[in-house]
Design a protein around this ligand. Structure first.
Ligand code: NOJ
Ligand code: NOJ
Length: 485
């Protein structure tokens, strides 16, 4: 108990760094945390002792040792570096981002050429770029898909800058067998998505929602790039794979009866104690696999009901989520989780997942505001009434109701606000438990509230920045809809 109280005090001082003494809001904290995140994210790219281009998962060397390069963490981090590159107008920063992207491209090619045990499905490499040959959960087929998604976005940026040559020579040429980096990953995804693979938590081999979602996106954005690079036959083939992946997701991993996205079907190996088959990796799959005309938009009923059910589940599970004086709920991987970083004494909430829930709800708020219309269903009615109540808004909705901006602007605006307010509450939760200097470890101790497991997890800082971008768009959308009335 003593320790718990101290954690809270520490957490609170961490939020009062401005010296004004005023409590900070989710959005002001998120903004200052974003500056910290950019610095700390770059500390973990090509650090001393690592090969150029390597993104270490965390600088921590023991309990757990995260001084390795994971393809997944690397791709998600470099997507954020690319976003920074696109937004930046400062020449020095832009050059630094560009260098990191070129290093990443070179490293990706070296990784593809390595004699790795699982080939392109190899999940992690040593920090010096050499193969990691110890036993590990292999393959993890989200890796090549995520790497392709980031590099396709980079290729499109290079094309927009009229750098056709670099794209053609390094990233995408329509020759077969493939020699360029993106094409190799796309061919791997196209031919392997139907095979069992380990989930993003490196624990269960089977058909995984997260993996299929990012594979589907890689096929869609890959088809688009193939068309641009005059590889029309491949474009048709990739598009066909995307359609089949979508069918597999719909048939096997969407449980409308329970209102849940399902993390895994057809388990063939790995842990057997995840009996709930509930997992926050599904929400990551919604975000990282999001495309134009997505069948699972962030504001769709199955996404929101999954958020609702997971949030309720973790709230009941974690002592730090039961404090009446602290807003928000911290989110873990799945209820039966045992991985605490240094040992297996029980699961904790994760920073990057709590941010992912915030990001999803900021995006849902913006999406609904943009659509100008939303429908409440039996799966989402409790979710909506809950967030409206927590935002102290008077509107209540019925279980089968369509609400539009033009016919019922008060209720509509209340819903848009309540979604952003709910997103803020997840941010506030991390704010309370962050270290006073803004540094973030992988997990939040479920009892004490202290940061725990790998320190300065790179993926955390990427998730700060994508949540902040979503927060900003939600805010400008709301400003727009208010000025329209
Ligand atoms: C390390 C993995 O990174 C983690 O996700 C997993 O829970 C444990 N190994 C156990 O498999
Ligand atoms: C464990 C997580 O489960 C996995 O997703 C991640 O890639 C590694 N840690 C490295 O951060």
């Amino acid at each position: 108990m003593q320790r718990f109280t101290r954690a809270l005090v520490l957490g609170l001082t961490g939020t009062l760094v401005t010296g004004s003494g005023a409590p900070r809001t989710a959005s002001s904290w998120l903004q200052s945390e974003s500056n910290i995140a950019v610095t700390k994210l770059f500390d973990n790219i090509s650090p001393a002792g690592a090969k150029q281009g390597v993104v270490i998962a965390s600088p921590q060397l023991t309990n757990p040792d995260y001084f390795y390069y994971w393809i997944r963490d690397g791709a998600l981090t470099m997507q954020v570096v690319l976003n920074l590159y696109k937004q930046s107008s400062d020449a020095t920063s832009k050059a630094k981002y560009k260098q990191a992207l070129e290093d990443y491209m070179n490293l990706s090619q070296a990784n593809q050429n390595a004699p790795a045990i699982a080939g392109l499905g190899e999940p992690k490499f040593n920090a010096d770029g050499s193969d990691y040959t110890g036993s590990w959960a292999r393959p993890q087929n989200d890796g090549p898909a995520l790497r392709a998604i980031t590099l396709i976005d980079y290729a499109n940026q290079l094309l927009a800058e009229n750098n056709q040559t670099e794209v053609q020579s390094r990233l995408y040429a329509g020759e077969f067998p493939a020699t360029t980096i993106i094409k190799r990953d796309l061919e791997y995804v196209a031919h392997n998505w139907m095979n069992a693979s380990y989930d993003p938590w490196e624990e269960i081999e089977g058909t995984n929602f997260y993996t299929l979602r990012v594979q589907r996106k890689a096929m869609i954005v890959g088809a688009d790039l193939a068309n641009k690079m005059n590889d029309g036959g491949a474009a048709v083939y990739y598009q066909q794979q995307a359609t089949q992946i979508e069918q597999a997701i719909e048939e096997q991993l969407e449980d409308y009866g329970n209102g849940l996205l399902v993390p895994t079907a057809n388990r063939v190996a790995g842990i057997d104690y995840k009996t709930s088959n509930m997992d926050a990796s599904t929400i990551l799959g919604v975000l990282h696999g999001q495309t134009a005309n997505d069948p699972l938009p962030v504001s769709s009923e199955l996404v929101l009901s999954t958020i609702y059910k997971l949030t309720q589940t973790f709230q009941k599970l974690y002592p730090i989520d039961q404090r009446a004086d602290l807003p928000g709920v911290a989110i873990g991987r799945y209820p039966e989780d045992r991985y605490a970083g240094a040992d297996f004494t029980g699961g904790n909430p994760w920073v990057l997942l709590t941010f992912a829930f915030a990001e999803t709800l900021y995006k849902a708020s913006a999406e609904i505001a943009q659509n100008g219309s939303m429908t409440v269903t039996p799966l989402t009615v409790d979710f909506y009434n809950g967030i409206l109540a927590r935002a102290s808004l008077p509107t209540r909705v019925g279980a089968a109701e369509t609400i539009t901006a033009s016919s019922n602007s008060t209720a509509f605006n209340d819903i848009v606000h309540a979604l952003a307010n709910e997103a803020d509450s997840y941010v506030t939760k991390v704010m309370y438990h962050a270290n006073p200097d803004g540094s973030l470890s992988e997990q939040i101790d479920r009892n004490s509230g202290f940061m725990t497991s790998a320190a300065n997890l790179t993926w955390n800082y990427a998730s700060v920045l994508t949540a902040e971008t979503a927060q900003q768009s939600a805010q400008s959308r709301r400003a727009l809809s208010v000025s329209n009335h």
